[in-house]
Write a protein that binds this ligand. Sequence first.
Ligand SMILES: Nc1nc2c(ncn2[C@@H]2O[C@H](COP(=O)(O)OP(=O)(O)OP(=O)(O)O)[C@@H](O)[C@H]2O)c(=O)[nH]1
Ligand SMILES: [Zn+2]
Length: 205
Amino acid sequence: MSIKYIASSKLPTPWGVFAMHGFEDTETGKEHIALTLGEWDSQSPILGRIHSECLTGDALFSLRCDCGFQLQTAMKNIADVGQGFILYLRQEGRGIGLLNKIRAYELQDQGANTVEANEKLGFAADMRKYDMILPMMEKIGIQKVKLMTNNPRKVKAMKDLGIEVVERIPLQVGKNRYNESYLRTKSTQLGHLMSEDYFADEGKE
Ligand SMILES: Nc1nc2c(ncn2[C@@H]2O[C@H](COP(=O)(O)OP(=O)(O)OP(=O)(O)O)[C@@H](O)[C@H]2O)c(=O)[nH]1
Ligand SMILES: [Zn+2]
């Protein structure tokens, strides 16, 4: 793993003008992004999110998952407090890539759940790695985080890298009739922490 900082620019969004910092993984050629808003000293706990790329949810308005809703809510929450970061990591499809995710969706259209579909294709349920986080966090000067996620493995990954997660903030947004079983599978098979209230809230969104 070799992460190289490349350049920074402004990124105006509906929620505020973020700074965008580009990084290259020189081994894989993957291009990762950090968005930051506001300023801090390295000892302050900063609100943030580690977001895994989901072209379909983040850019194409897909209702099959909750990714786009989580990304927008995280950006809004950061803007509301005036300070925070998002690491946008290019590990599409939990690390299997976009085309394999479409293959997995095809199997899901035939009745498989997200875990079964990955396994039928010969992949583990979740192939993501998080070691690129450390050099990115060092560059943006953050050592302590308040992390917006439902995924305890992300919290553990950060802690294993030596980053202090002072708080986990649930990000339960975007449930709809197309992603309910996907969310259930995340909760029952992938360890995501989601409250029963979230599922009980039938008919919302
Ligand atoms: N292989 C596969 N990947 C998927 C599927 N649906 C979404 N993804 C990918 O899953 C990743 C997001 O992971 P999630 O498990 O939804 O959520 P998380 O990032 O672990 O946890 P949160 O921080 O709570 O959002 C993105 O890279 C998506 O492209 C699917 O059905 N199959
Ligand atoms: Zn998604």
